[in-house]
Design a protein around this ligand. Structure first.
Ligand SMILES: O=C(O)c1ccc[n+]([C@@H]2O[C@H](COP(=O)([O-])O)[C@@H](O)[C@H]2O)c1
Ligand SMILES: Cc1cc2nc[nH]c2cc1C
Length: 381
């Protein structure tokens, strides 16, 4: 997947230097809790003992899904294009939260069913207007998947070239919780029905119909699939673009902030193809969409926030930005014991056991019940 984009691992020895810098700050070791683990991850992603979290940019990808013809969403497909207009006018949650978080919002039409009029501030992929109905045929051709991956990677590379240090991802697409469930199941091997949820608000009856439609789609391409094959089978264009953006951001040496269920499915596909992108990923929040927890557990990731969001649009990623900034400020601005002339205590009494510290600072620890041991994303190769 995007094999021309090389991903350079964090420099040898950087992890040890950052851990030591964190431990020498004027605080009892470990007392800033998960902000310490976040600072380590940010420093490794940005290749620095003194990383900056700004500028931060949200890349927001919209796309439509032919699968909605099977009645898998509570909302009409037209809402995707209508929300694009809302994003352009500045009136969506993503706009409000981006302003509140001090992040630039860049909007991408990865494949809205449209027609969407060109507008300043809307970057259009021009690949196709929505995916095919995955219950009947493959959602995308291999060439369309490649083009969408490239579109997303180019968006991340452009943001990095413009100076972005932290690249948050978000999406909008009626029906994309179905594509994410199908993709997530095919790539992870998690049973599909465990990943099917209400999405943007299906009731119990609708959920049964959604499950039946997704089982029909999965039956066309049964079993585990390679990430690109899964993206072709199930879509969508905005999901492939986000997978490309993960790889683009990692290749540019930037931190990428993963949002909710749909964004995590995209990251899962990207990381299955390019595991070396893992140290660049920060998982922002746990969506109320029930399948999200399973995808996070499969990845061995514990997100920063749990605020019962289930909107998408990058809202959870934007809410995590102040924590990421605080982690950067800890590394950049806090004095060391020596600098501040503060006496170090009987440190061995305070320092948690080495294993506990390592677990806390790597991958933020795997959540309880994680199905299999996962690679330490901060591990040096
Ligand atoms: O990101 C999430 O965790 C999330 C969970 C549920 C729904 N959404 C949003 O809701 C839409 C997909 O829901 P649906 O029911 O149309 O598949 C899409 O626009 C997503 O941004 C997003
Ligand atoms: C109104 C609306 C806004 C959204 N934003 C992301 N997904 C969405 C789904 C709906 C239905």
């Amino acid at each position: 997947m995007l094999t021309d984009l090389a991903i350079t691992p964090p420099p040898h020895g950087l992890e040890a230097r950052i851990r030591r810098a964190i431990d020498l700050k004027t605080k009892p070791p470990g007392s800033l809790g998960r902000i310490e683990a976040l600072a380590l991850r940010l420093g490794l992603a940005l290749g620095s003992e003194a990383p900056a979290a700004d500028p931060a940019v949200l890349l927001l990808f919209a796309g439509d899904h032919g699968l909605v013809a099977e009645g898998v969403s509570a909302w009409p497909q037209a809402v995707t294009a209508q929300m694009v207009a809302n994003f352009l006018a500045g009136g969506a949650a993503a706009n409000a939260f981006a302003r509140a978080a001090g992040a630039e919002l860049r909007l991408f039409d990865a494949g809205v069913a449209g027609p969407l009029a060109p507008a300043p501030g809307l970057r259009q992929a021009g690949i196709r207007a929505g995916t095919r109905n995955a219950a009947r045929e493959d959602a995308l051709t291999a060439a369309e998947v490649t083009a969408a991956l490239r579109f997303g990677a180019d968006a991340a590379l452009a943001a990095a070239a413009d100076g972005a240090q932290v690249i948050a991802l978000g999406e909008m697409g009626i029906g994309n919780s179905s594509a994410a469930a199908l993709l997530g199941a095919a790539v992870s091997g998690i049973a599909l029905d465990r990943l099917v949820g209400p999405g943007a608000g299906l009731g119990a009856g609708g959920l049964d119909a959604k499950r039946a439609a997704l089982l029909r789609a999965a039956a066309r391409r049964p079993g585990r699939l390679a990430p690109e094959a899964a993206l072709a089978a199930f879509g969508g264009l905005e999901i492939a673009a986000m997978a490309g953006a993960v790889i683009g951001a990692a290749s540019a040496g930037r931190a990428v902030v993963v949002d909710g269920f749909i964004t995590t499915a995209a990251a899962l596909a990207a990381l299955a193809a390019r595991p070396e992108a893992r140290p660049f990923c920060i998982f922002a929040h746990r969506s109320a969409e029930p399948g999200h927890d399973l995808l996070l557990a499969h990845l061995g990731e514990r997100p920063l926030l749990d605020l019962e969001l289930r909107l998408g649009e990058g809202t959870g990623a934007l809410l995590a930005l102040p924590l990421i900034r605080a982690a950067a400020a800890m590394l950049r601005e806090m004095a060391s014991f020596a600098d501040a002339g503060v006496s170090e205590g009987a440190r061995d009494a305070d320092v948690p056991a080495e294993g506990a510290r390592d677990a806390a600072a790597s991958a933020e620890g795997a959540p309880g019940g994680s199905p299999a041991p996962q690679p330490d994303p901060t591990e040096q190769p």
